[in-house]
Design a protein around this ligand. Structure first.
Ligand code: COA
Length: 328
């Protein structure tokens, strides 16, 4: 999946030293234009490498942090069937982090460096996982709409130019489709249940609406990296296009259940473009800079996991350790 070529930091630096060669750059861009995949040992401009590390690393962090709000509901799931499904989903999300860290490692940044950057606040992770899951309906909405939003983004990005990331995304998308079914089933169950259940679902939709609009990133005008990433086919759609595609797919599905969105201006215009009220981009900036409702708690939990799990990593990495081989 990853192309068997994990670069060390030294190797990555060495490869970057030829970055300014205009002929190599032209060949690289021709390959991208022809739709070829770039593999870890291939020449690539240092900016392409840097952008990929940033994006894949943020994505990996989002998976492992994203498991936290749902993880808190495993013990409180309303029945055994829901509990089993949620355990499997949370486990998948952590596995996605594993796949993505491995993909980012092929570019020359170690997993340890990435995790240290997460804990120190140097690397970002998705805004959406900094909000609390207050009720079981939040779990339903995360499963249906947050995973639905992730699928829109990831299906598009899986057609991109960097081989290891695309292959990881393809696999992730298969698993996310099951998450979506779990979320959809949960949402429909609540929407067709008692008044208390419907009210609970409506309140959850009201809470997640703005973070979901933020999920696809700032508007195209404000996006810092889109132009470069789209030129090199790392991103195959702009933030606004992905957001529009998501609204197109999911707004009707919620409305047909008799549930509404907390925005009187949400509508599709004659050109097929969704319009909505300003989703408060200042809130988005605060949340991605570490000042959201749950940022401190999320990082504290990750710090605890790193510290409490250190002995396991050390044991696994100890080359002199002798293991007992079971004979039966
Ligand atoms: N949450 C946190 N930060 C976000 C964000 C979000 N939803 N959307 C954008 N940002 C950050 C970017 O990381 C960037 O900050 P940085 O320069 O410090 O890294 C800044 O806002 C400007 O955004 P933009 O230039 O539009 O970033 P981008 O071109 O990387 O696009 C994504 C943002 C999320 C669309 C893109 O990174 C992406 O598709 N990522 C992979 C999928 C993913 O991570 N999904 C999340 C969990 S499933």
């Amino acid at each position: 999946m990853y192309g068997n070529t994990n670069l060390t930091e030294e190797e990555a630096k060495r490869m970057n030293s030829v970055q300014e060669d205009p002929q190599k750059l032209a060949e690289f861009e021709d390959r991208i234009a022809r739709g070829e995949k770039i593999e870890p040992g291939d020449w690539m401009p240092s900016e392409y490498r840097k952008q990929l590390i940033r994006m894949i690393e943020q994505h990996a962090h989002s998976e492992i942090v994203g498991a936290l709000p749902e993880g808190t509901w495993i013990t409180r799931a309303p029945n055994f069937k829901r509990k089993l499904a949620l355990i499997a989903k949370v486990q998948d999300e952590v596995g996605h982090g594993q796949l993505l860290y491995s993909a980012a490692e092929t570019l020359g940044k170690t997993r340890e460096e990435m995790l240290n950057d997460l804990l120190s606040g140097k690397s970002k992770y998705s805004n959406i996982f900094n909000y609390p899951a207050e009720t079981w309906a939040d779990i339903a909405v995360i499963g249906f709409l947050v995973d639905g939003a992730a699928i829109v983004n990831q299906t598009i990005n899986s057609k991109g130019s960097y081989g290891p990331y695309c292959r990881a995304l393809e696999r992730i998308c298969y698993e996310e489709s099951f998450h979506l079914k779990q979320g959809h089933d949960n949402v429909v169950y609540l929407a067709t249940g008692s008044k208390v259940q419907r009210d609970m679902l409506q309140a959850a939709i009201n809470r997640w609406y703005r973070p979901l609009l933020h999920f696809f990133g700032p508007t195209d005008k404000q996006s810092a990296h889109s132009e470069k990433l789209m030129k090199w086919k790392v991103k195959l759609a702009s933030n606004d296009d992905m957001r529009n595609q998501f609204l197109d797919m999911y707004v009707p599905k919620i409305l047909e259940l008799g549930i509404t969105f907390p925005d009187p201006n949400l509508r599709k215009n004659a050109d097929g473009v969704w319009e909505f009220s300003d989703p408060d981009w200042e809130e988005f900036k605060r949340v991605i800079s570490g000042d959201g409702p749950c940022n401190a708690e999320r990082i504290a939990v990750r710090k605890y996991a790193e510290e409490a799990g250190r002995w396991v990593r050390q044991a696994l990495l100890n080359p002199t350790e002798k293991y007992t081989v079971p004979l039966a």
